[in-house]
Structures are given as C-alpha cells and as structure tokens.
Design a protein around this ligand. Sequence first.
Ligand SMILES: [Zn+2]
Ligand SMILES: [Zn+2]
Length: 274
Amino acid sequence: MVSRWTQQLLDEATALMSAHRYRSALERLLVVFDVYPDLPEARQLASALIYAGARTTSEAAPDEQLGTRQLFDTRLNAVFCACEAPGCGVSWVSAHHLLDGHRGGAMISNPMGGCCEDCGVTLCKRHARSAGHGLDCPRCGRQLDHAPAPNGRRQSAQTERLNKRLVHVIVLVEGKKPPSAEFMTGLCESVMPDVFEGSPRITGNHYRKFTADEGRTEAVFHAGAMESAYLTDDYDLRIYPGKQAGRRGRRWVIAKVFENRPKHIDPEHPSAGP
Ligand SMILES: [Zn+2]
Ligand SMILES: [Zn+2]
C-alpha cells in the first residue's frame, strides 16, 4: 500500500506526463525515489516516462524535455537496461513496463537492445546480432527479448544524490594551478548537476600531488580544514575521485557535503527512507 503522500506525487507525475511536461513529472518521481528508492509503482512510471520522453521530445517544450542531466541521475539507475558486453557503457529504457499485461507478439520497432533468455545476458544494439526481425543473441543465436526487464545501470557519470540537502561542494584538482571557472562549470554540468538545483557553496582548489588513494585523504583533510563540523555527525561527507578525459587530463576529487538529515519526508511515515 503506498501512502497518500506518495500516491499524490505519483498522480501528479502521471498528469504532468500526459501533458508532455516530462521534466516536471520526473521531479515528482525523484522526490518519491528519495524516500522510497525501490517503489515498484514509481519505477514503472519512471520507466514509462523516460521511454516516452526520449522518443517524443518534439511534443515537449524545451524546458520540459529530458536531457542527459536528468537521465543520468543515479536515482534512476534501476529503471535502465545496461549492455553487459565488456567495456560497453550503453544504457537505455526498454518498453518492458509499457507492455505489462499484454506482452507477447508486441512489436518493438528499432529496439535499443535486448536480453537473451537462454544466456541471461542483456546487450545493446551494437553488441547484439541484427537480423531481419530485430536482434539475435551473438552467443546462441536465439532471438532477443526486445522489451526486457531492466537489469540496472551500474555506472553513471554523475555522482550520487542523497535525500539530504547539499550544502557545500569542494573540488580539488591535482597540479600547480587552481581549477579555472570553465573547468568548474564543466565538472558541475557533467558530474554533479545537483549544484544547479540547490545553492550550495562551491569551492575550487588545487593540490600538488595526490597520495595513493586518488586524493581522498586530501579531500577529507581539506573539508575539515574549511569547516571542522563537516567531519562530525551533523554532516554526511561523500568523496568522489575522477579524472579529466584524455591522456593529459588532470585528476580531480570532489567532496560533497550534505546536511545529515532527510530533505524529503513522507508525513505519514516520517521514519521511512533509505
Ligand atoms: Zn543467448
Ligand atoms: Zn553494448
């Protein structure tokens, strides 16, 4: 049984989706995921929303379309199918939830990928074998299920979001020079677009040479030096190391500082949450 608070958000999302207001609909669902990350009703609706939103962008106003910033939100990982070919990072949302109850015989035109029921492997279009009727399994030759259940995306370029308010983001880059404004903006856009939703403090700094743990130690030290309370239970400190693309790309490490209490609460079940 979903609570009334949850049902209202699901209903709003459904209505917004019918009006092609995809981004607003997704915002409602993300509030539900903040409190109930595994709720099947929300997953089903998110799946239908992304499937529709990605295919009928032209019907939505530009500020209601779903782009990479929305789609790579880690809270949506579970609704995505992900290719299991080694090194492949392709993920997509299948028509699985749209076809619930009336599967079998449903034709999916131009599927993004599929799943082999014999081998139990999910593959994108490029790693499957294309045949006249769609896609076949490259291992056993069986026709793939073109609307498989999501196997879950394991990787996203974006850092994790929590059901907690983001108050400060500290970026450390390795080297002699501090990060440029351009670098900081690019990093926020691709890796932590949640900074554009709230208004966290943003600090950029540099560190000559990271130690063996990819700069994690330096990031924690830096956060504690800026505000000693960040290392207490009042805050939740998360560290994400990474690297700029290319051979000469600089290494960076991000410290996301969250307030250590829930941002969204279901008033009927105040203690519910991940
Ligand atoms: Zn197979
Ligand atoms: Zn692939």
